[in-house]
Write a protein that binds this ligand. Structure first.
Ligand SMILES: Nc1nc2c(ncn2[C@@H]2O[C@H](COP(=O)(O)OP(=O)(O)OP(=O)(O)O)[C@@H](O)[C@H]2O)c(=O)[nH]1
Ligand SMILES: [Mg+2]
Length: 356
Protein backbone atom coordinates (compact mmCIF):
# COMPACT_ATOMS: atom_id res chain seq x y z
CA UNK A 1 0.00 0.00 0.00
CA UNK A 2 1.25 3.47 -0.79
CA UNK A 3 0.97 6.21 1.79
CA UNK A 4 0.07 9.65 0.61
CA UNK A 5 2.58 12.46 0.97
CA UNK A 6 1.42 15.65 2.64
CA UNK A 7 1.74 18.45 0.09
CA UNK A 8 1.76 22.15 0.91
CA UNK A 9 1.92 24.96 -1.61
CA UNK A 10 3.14 28.25 -0.10
CA UNK A 11 2.61 31.20 -2.44
CA UNK A 12 2.93 34.93 -1.96
CA UNK A 13 4.59 37.96 -3.50
CA UNK A 14 8.32 38.52 -4.12
CA UNK A 15 10.19 39.08 -0.87
CA UNK A 16 7.22 38.16 1.35
CA UNK A 17 9.20 35.50 3.26
CA UNK A 18 8.31 32.17 1.56
CA UNK A 19 11.78 30.63 1.37
CA UNK A 20 12.72 31.73 4.88
CA UNK A 21 9.50 30.15 6.14
CA UNK A 22 10.04 26.89 4.23
CA UNK A 23 13.53 26.47 5.60
CA UNK A 24 12.53 27.52 9.14
CA UNK A 25 9.47 25.29 9.10
CA UNK A 26 11.49 22.35 7.84
CA UNK A 27 13.91 22.75 10.74
CA UNK A 28 11.03 23.20 13.21
CA UNK A 29 9.17 20.12 11.98
CA UNK A 30 12.34 18.06 12.19
CA UNK A 31 13.41 19.22 15.65
CA UNK A 32 9.98 19.34 17.33
CA UNK A 33 8.06 16.66 15.50
CA UNK A 34 10.69 14.41 13.93
CA UNK A 35 9.19 15.01 10.47
CA UNK A 36 11.16 15.46 7.28
CA UNK A 37 10.49 18.10 4.63
CA UNK A 38 11.55 18.39 0.99
CA UNK A 39 10.98 21.48 -1.13
CA UNK A 40 10.33 22.45 -4.73
CA UNK A 41 11.49 25.92 -5.75
CA UNK A 42 10.35 27.73 -8.84
CA UNK A 43 11.72 30.85 -10.49
CA UNK A 44 13.04 32.56 -13.57
CA UNK A 45 16.76 32.65 -14.33
CA UNK A 46 19.53 30.11 -14.56
CA UNK A 47 20.58 29.98 -10.91
CA UNK A 48 18.54 30.47 -7.79
CA UNK A 49 19.67 31.75 -4.41
CA UNK A 50 16.58 30.05 -2.90
CA UNK A 51 17.64 26.60 -4.13
CA UNK A 52 21.17 27.03 -2.81
CA UNK A 53 19.87 28.36 0.50
CA UNK A 54 17.45 25.45 0.98
CA UNK A 55 19.97 22.81 -0.05
CA UNK A 56 22.58 24.49 2.16
CA UNK A 57 20.11 23.95 5.03
CA UNK A 58 20.20 20.22 4.26
CA UNK A 59 16.85 19.88 2.47
CA UNK A 60 16.11 17.72 -0.55
CA UNK A 61 15.39 20.43 -3.14
CA UNK A 62 14.10 20.28 -6.71
CA UNK A 63 13.85 23.37 -8.82
CA UNK A 64 11.64 24.21 -11.75
CA UNK A 65 13.14 26.97 -13.82
CA UNK A 66 11.88 29.34 -16.42
CA UNK A 67 8.14 29.05 -15.93
CA UNK A 68 5.42 28.96 -13.32
CA UNK A 69 4.23 25.62 -11.91
CA UNK A 70 0.94 26.29 -13.71
CA UNK A 71 2.58 26.12 -17.14
CA UNK A 72 4.91 23.25 -16.21
CA UNK A 73 2.39 21.15 -14.29
CA UNK A 74 3.55 17.70 -15.55
CA UNK A 75 7.15 18.58 -14.67
CA UNK A 76 5.97 19.78 -11.29
CA UNK A 77 4.25 16.46 -10.58
CA UNK A 78 7.27 14.55 -11.93
CA UNK A 79 9.55 16.38 -9.51
CA UNK A 80 7.19 15.70 -6.61
CA UNK A 81 7.12 12.00 -7.47
CA UNK A 82 10.87 11.89 -7.79
CA UNK A 83 11.18 13.39 -4.30
CA UNK A 84 8.80 10.76 -2.92
CA UNK A 85 10.82 8.00 -4.56
CA UNK A 86 14.21 9.23 -3.41
CA UNK A 87 13.86 10.68 0.08
CA UNK A 88 10.28 9.77 1.09
CA UNK A 89 9.72 12.99 3.08
CA UNK A 90 6.71 13.41 5.36
CA UNK A 91 5.96 16.76 3.79
CA UNK A 92 6.67 18.40 0.43
CA UNK A 93 6.52 22.20 0.33
CA UNK A 94 6.37 23.98 -3.02
CA UNK A 95 7.15 27.68 -3.48
CA UNK A 96 5.78 29.17 -6.71
CA UNK A 97 7.36 32.24 -8.35
CA UNK A 98 6.52 35.40 -6.40
CA UNK A 99 4.58 36.92 -9.28
CA UNK A 100 2.53 33.77 -9.90
CA UNK A 101 -1.20 34.13 -10.37
CA UNK A 102 -4.03 31.56 -10.41
CA UNK A 103 -2.01 29.09 -8.34
CA UNK A 104 -5.13 27.81 -6.56
CA UNK A 105 -6.98 27.06 -9.78
CA UNK A 106 -4.01 26.03 -11.95
CA UNK A 107 -1.89 24.07 -9.46
CA UNK A 108 -3.54 23.32 -6.10
CA UNK A 109 -6.93 22.27 -7.46
CA UNK A 110 -5.54 20.02 -10.25
CA UNK A 111 -3.11 18.46 -7.77
CA UNK A 112 -5.83 17.50 -5.33
CA UNK A 113 -8.27 16.44 -8.08
CA UNK A 114 -5.89 14.40 -10.22
CA UNK A 115 -3.57 12.78 -7.66
CA UNK A 116 -5.74 12.00 -4.63
CA UNK A 117 -4.02 8.64 -4.15
CA UNK A 118 -0.54 10.16 -4.02
CA UNK A 119 -0.84 13.57 -2.40
CA UNK A 120 -2.71 14.83 0.63
CA UNK A 121 -2.97 18.50 -0.32
CA UNK A 122 -3.02 21.01 2.55
CA UNK A 123 -4.96 24.29 2.31
CA UNK A 124 -3.30 26.80 -0.01
CA UNK A 125 -1.17 29.19 2.04
CA UNK A 126 -0.11 32.63 0.89
CA UNK A 127 2.59 34.61 2.70
CA UNK A 128 2.00 38.35 3.03
CA UNK A 129 4.70 40.70 4.35
CA UNK A 130 2.90 42.32 7.29
CA UNK A 131 5.11 45.41 7.01
CA UNK A 132 3.72 45.97 3.51
CA UNK A 133 0.14 44.76 3.98
CA UNK A 134 -1.29 48.28 3.98
CA UNK A 135 -0.30 48.56 0.33
CA UNK A 136 -2.72 45.77 -0.56
CA UNK A 137 -5.58 48.22 -0.12
CA UNK A 138 -4.17 50.84 -2.48
CA UNK A 139 -5.27 48.78 -5.49
CA UNK A 140 -2.04 49.86 -7.22
CA UNK A 141 -0.69 46.33 -7.70
CA UNK A 142 -3.09 43.66 -8.90
CA UNK A 143 -0.92 40.58 -8.35
CA UNK A 144 -0.40 40.70 -4.55
CA UNK A 145 -4.12 41.39 -3.99
CA UNK A 146 -5.12 38.54 -6.32
CA UNK A 147 -2.78 36.13 -4.49
CA UNK A 148 -4.45 37.00 -1.18
CA UNK A 149 -7.91 36.38 -2.63
CA UNK A 150 -6.84 32.86 -3.63
CA UNK A 151 -5.54 31.97 -0.17
CA UNK A 152 -7.15 29.52 2.20
CA UNK A 153 -4.68 30.66 4.86
CA UNK A 154 -2.77 33.93 4.81
CA UNK A 155 0.50 33.68 6.71
CA UNK A 156 1.35 37.19 7.83
CA UNK A 157 5.16 37.37 8.06
CA UNK A 158 7.68 39.68 9.75
CA UNK A 159 5.47 40.59 12.73
CA UNK A 160 8.68 40.96 14.76
CA UNK A 161 9.03 44.32 13.01
CA UNK A 162 5.61 45.62 14.07
CA UNK A 163 3.74 46.46 17.26
CA UNK A 164 0.44 44.81 18.16
CA UNK A 165 -1.68 47.61 16.65
CA UNK A 166 0.20 47.45 13.37
CA UNK A 167 -0.22 43.67 13.23
CA UNK A 168 -3.97 44.08 13.79
CA UNK A 169 -4.15 46.63 10.96
CA UNK A 170 -2.31 44.21 8.67
CA UNK A 171 -4.78 41.44 9.61
CA UNK A 172 -7.68 43.75 8.74
CA UNK A 173 -6.10 44.72 5.40
CA UNK A 174 -5.91 41.02 4.50
CA UNK A 175 -9.45 40.29 5.70
CA UNK A 176 -10.82 43.15 3.62
CA UNK A 177 -9.58 41.33 0.52
CA UNK A 178 -10.16 37.74 1.56
CA UNK A 179 -12.89 37.48 4.20
CA UNK A 180 -12.92 33.67 3.89
CA UNK A 181 -9.18 33.23 4.49
CA UNK A 182 -7.85 32.46 7.94
CA UNK A 183 -4.94 34.66 8.97
CA UNK A 184 -1.91 33.43 10.91
CA UNK A 185 0.55 36.14 11.98
CA UNK A 186 4.08 34.81 12.50
CA UNK A 187 7.76 35.64 12.54
CA UNK A 188 10.57 33.57 11.08
CA UNK A 189 12.92 35.54 13.34
CA UNK A 190 11.29 35.05 16.76
CA UNK A 191 9.41 31.87 15.69
CA UNK A 192 6.19 33.33 17.09
CA UNK A 193 3.26 31.65 15.33
CA UNK A 194 5.47 28.93 13.88
CA UNK A 195 3.74 26.27 15.94
CA UNK A 196 0.37 27.28 14.46
CA UNK A 197 1.78 26.85 10.95
CA UNK A 198 3.48 23.55 11.84
CA UNK A 199 0.22 22.24 13.33
CA UNK A 200 -1.66 23.20 10.20
CA UNK A 201 0.87 21.48 7.97
CA UNK A 202 0.73 18.33 10.08
CA UNK A 203 -3.06 18.38 10.52
CA UNK A 204 -5.40 16.43 8.31
CA UNK A 205 -6.97 19.63 7.04
CA UNK A 206 -7.30 19.57 3.25
CA UNK A 207 -7.48 22.17 0.56
CA UNK A 208 -11.11 22.65 -0.46
CA UNK A 209 -11.36 26.17 -1.84
CA UNK A 210 -12.34 26.70 -5.46
CA UNK A 211 -12.04 29.93 -7.32
CA UNK A 212 -12.22 30.43 -11.07
CA UNK A 213 -9.00 31.54 -12.78
CA UNK A 214 -8.72 35.21 -13.51
CA UNK A 215 -7.76 36.18 -17.03
CA UNK A 216 -3.95 36.13 -17.25
CA UNK A 217 -4.09 39.19 -19.49
CA UNK A 218 -5.17 41.26 -16.47
CA UNK A 219 -1.74 40.71 -14.94
CA UNK A 220 0.33 40.83 -18.13
CA UNK A 221 1.34 44.48 -17.86
CA UNK A 222 2.43 44.08 -14.22
CA UNK A 223 4.43 40.96 -15.04
CA UNK A 224 6.10 42.37 -18.12
CA UNK A 225 7.16 45.50 -16.21
CA UNK A 226 9.36 43.26 -14.04
CA UNK A 227 12.81 41.91 -14.99
CA UNK A 228 14.78 39.02 -13.56
CA UNK A 229 18.58 39.26 -13.27
CA UNK A 230 20.63 36.27 -12.15
CA UNK A 231 24.39 35.85 -12.08
CA UNK A 232 27.09 33.64 -10.67
CA UNK A 233 30.77 34.55 -10.30
CA UNK A 234 33.90 33.17 -8.78
CA UNK A 235 35.48 35.36 -6.10
CA UNK A 236 39.20 34.93 -5.55
CA UNK A 237 40.38 36.96 -2.53
CA UNK A 238 43.95 38.21 -2.24
CA UNK A 239 43.31 39.48 1.30
CA UNK A 240 40.53 39.40 3.88
CA UNK A 241 37.10 40.35 2.50
CA UNK A 242 34.21 41.38 4.76
CA UNK A 243 31.17 39.47 3.48
CA UNK A 244 28.64 41.95 4.89
CA UNK A 245 30.38 44.85 3.17
CA UNK A 246 30.58 42.90 -0.09
CA UNK A 247 26.91 41.89 -0.11
CA UNK A 248 25.84 45.37 1.02
CA UNK A 249 27.82 46.94 -1.80
CA UNK A 250 25.88 44.92 -4.41
CA UNK A 251 22.53 45.63 -2.71
CA UNK A 252 23.33 49.33 -2.40
CA UNK A 253 23.98 49.59 -6.15
CA UNK A 254 20.42 48.38 -6.72
CA UNK A 255 18.96 50.55 -3.96
CA UNK A 256 20.68 53.65 -5.36
CA UNK A 257 19.45 53.02 -8.90
CA UNK A 258 15.74 52.25 -8.59
CA UNK A 259 12.75 53.74 -6.74
CA UNK A 260 11.97 51.90 -3.50
CA UNK A 261 8.62 50.60 -4.73
CA UNK A 262 10.23 49.07 -7.81
CA UNK A 263 12.74 46.99 -5.81
CA UNK A 264 10.77 43.77 -5.37
CA UNK A 265 13.63 41.59 -4.13
CA UNK A 266 17.41 41.54 -4.58
CA UNK A 267 19.31 38.58 -3.07
CA UNK A 268 23.05 38.10 -2.70
CA UNK A 269 24.63 34.86 -1.54
CA UNK A 270 28.31 34.01 -1.04
CA UNK A 271 29.38 30.46 -0.34
CA UNK A 272 32.66 28.63 0.06
CA UNK A 273 33.48 25.42 1.91
CA UNK A 274 34.20 27.51 5.04
CA UNK A 275 31.73 30.42 4.90
CA UNK A 276 28.22 31.20 3.75
CA UNK A 277 26.27 34.45 3.84
CA UNK A 278 22.98 35.60 2.35
CA UNK A 279 21.53 39.09 2.32
CA UNK A 280 18.29 40.44 0.89
CA UNK A 281 16.89 43.81 -0.07
CA UNK A 282 13.08 44.10 -0.18
CA UNK A 283 12.02 47.67 -1.03
CA UNK A 284 14.03 49.72 1.51
CA UNK A 285 14.72 46.91 3.96
CA UNK A 286 18.07 45.12 4.02
CA UNK A 287 18.36 41.94 6.08
CA UNK A 288 21.02 39.34 6.69
CA UNK A 289 19.64 35.83 6.39
CA UNK A 290 22.17 33.69 8.06
CA UNK A 291 25.89 33.39 8.09
CA UNK A 292 27.86 30.20 8.33
CA UNK A 293 31.45 30.23 9.51
CA UNK A 294 33.31 33.50 9.56
CA UNK A 295 32.23 36.97 8.51
CA UNK A 296 35.46 37.20 6.55
CA UNK A 297 36.29 35.51 3.30
CA UNK A 298 39.87 34.48 2.62
CA UNK A 299 39.39 31.61 0.17
CA UNK A 300 37.80 31.15 -3.22
CA UNK A 301 34.01 31.46 -3.14
CA UNK A 302 30.95 31.59 -5.33
CA UNK A 303 28.77 34.68 -5.57
CA UNK A 304 25.14 34.36 -6.69
CA UNK A 305 22.99 37.43 -7.30
CA UNK A 306 19.24 37.34 -8.05
CA UNK A 307 17.45 40.64 -8.61
CA UNK A 308 13.77 41.11 -9.38
CA UNK A 309 13.08 44.74 -10.14
CA UNK A 310 10.41 46.72 -11.94
CA UNK A 311 12.69 47.94 -14.70
CA UNK A 312 13.65 47.16 -18.28
CA UNK A 313 15.98 44.16 -18.53
CA UNK A 314 18.70 46.17 -20.21
CA UNK A 315 18.85 48.73 -17.41
CA UNK A 316 18.66 46.13 -14.64
CA UNK A 317 21.40 44.08 -16.36
CA UNK A 318 23.68 47.11 -16.71
CA UNK A 319 23.31 48.13 -13.08
CA UNK A 320 23.76 44.68 -11.55
CA UNK A 321 26.66 43.84 -13.89
CA UNK A 322 28.38 47.08 -12.88
CA UNK A 323 27.74 46.30 -9.19
CA UNK A 324 29.50 42.93 -9.48
CA UNK A 325 32.17 44.37 -11.79
CA UNK A 326 32.98 47.09 -9.23
CA UNK A 327 33.82 44.61 -6.46
CA UNK A 328 37.57 44.26 -7.29
CA UNK A 329 37.97 48.04 -6.98
CA UNK A 330 36.44 47.98 -3.49
CA UNK A 331 37.72 44.71 -2.03
CA UNK A 332 40.89 42.67 -2.18
CA UNK A 333 39.63 40.14 -4.68
CA UNK A 334 39.35 39.09 -8.30
CA UNK A 335 36.00 38.32 -9.95
CA UNK A 336 35.87 35.87 -12.85
CA UNK A 337 33.92 33.02 -14.45
CA UNK A 338 30.80 35.18 -14.61
CA UNK A 339 27.55 33.67 -15.93
CA UNK A 340 24.51 35.85 -16.31
CA UNK A 341 20.90 35.95 -17.46
CA UNK A 342 18.58 38.93 -17.52
CA UNK A 343 15.16 39.16 -19.07
CA UNK A 344 11.52 39.96 -18.68
CA UNK A 345 9.63 36.65 -18.82
CA UNK A 346 7.11 35.99 -21.56
CA UNK A 347 3.47 35.57 -20.51
CA UNK A 348 2.59 32.22 -18.94
CA UNK A 349 0.38 29.65 -20.65
CA UNK A 350 -1.39 27.74 -17.90
CA UNK A 351 -2.34 24.16 -18.65
CA UNK A 352 -5.47 24.27 -16.52
CA UNK A 353 -7.68 27.26 -16.95
CA UNK A 354 -11.12 27.41 -15.43
CA UNK A 355 -11.90 30.73 -17.13
CA UNK A 356 -13.73 33.70 -15.73
N1 LIG B 1 12.24 40.34 10.21
C1 LIG B 1 11.80 39.33 9.47
N2 LIG B 1 12.31 39.14 8.25
C2 LIG B 1 11.84 38.12 7.51
C3 LIG B 1 10.84 37.23 7.97
N3 LIG B 1 10.57 36.34 6.99
C4 LIG B 1 11.40 36.65 5.96
N4 LIG B 1 12.16 37.73 6.27
C5 LIG B 1 13.16 38.39 5.43
O1 LIG B 1 12.55 38.85 4.25
C6 LIG B 1 13.45 38.75 3.14
C7 LIG B 1 12.80 37.97 2.02
O2 LIG B 1 12.55 36.65 2.46
P1 LIG B 1 12.44 35.41 1.48
O3 LIG B 1 12.07 34.25 2.31
O4 LIG B 1 13.65 35.29 0.64
O5 LIG B 1 11.21 35.88 0.56
P2 LIG B 1 10.51 35.07 -0.64
O6 LIG B 1 9.05 35.24 -0.44
O7 LIG B 1 11.01 33.68 -0.72
O8 LIG B 1 10.97 35.94 -1.88
P3 LIG B 1 11.06 35.50 -3.46
O9 LIG B 1 11.74 34.18 -3.53
O10 LIG B 1 11.82 36.61 -4.09
O11 LIG B 1 9.66 35.46 -3.96
C8 LIG B 1 14.69 38.08 3.70
O12 LIG B 1 15.64 39.07 4.00
C9 LIG B 1 14.22 37.42 4.97
O13 LIG B 1 15.20 37.28 5.97
C10 LIG B 1 10.32 37.45 9.28
O14 LIG B 1 9.41 36.76 9.76
N5 LIG B 1 10.85 38.51 9.97
MG1 LIG C 1 11.89 32.66 -2.27
Amino acid sequence: MTTRTRFTVIGGYLGAGKTTLMVGLARYLKERHGRSVAVITNDQGHVLVDTEFASGAGLDVREIMGGCFCSTFPEFVKNARSIVQTTRPDVIIAEPIGTSTNILSSVVEPLRAQYPEEFDVAPFMVVVDATRAARLESGKRLIPAHQVKEAEYVLLSKIDRLDAGEVERAVQAVKALAPDARVVPYSSRTMKGMDDIASLVLSGERSVKSRPSEDHKRFAAEKSAMSWYSSTSRLVPSGRVDLYDLATSVLRAAADSFPVDDLAHVKVMVTSPKVGAKMSLVADSVQTDGVRGSRYLTEEARLVVNARVMAAPQKLGEIMRAAVGALPAKFELKVDEVTESCYSPRPETPMFFTGM
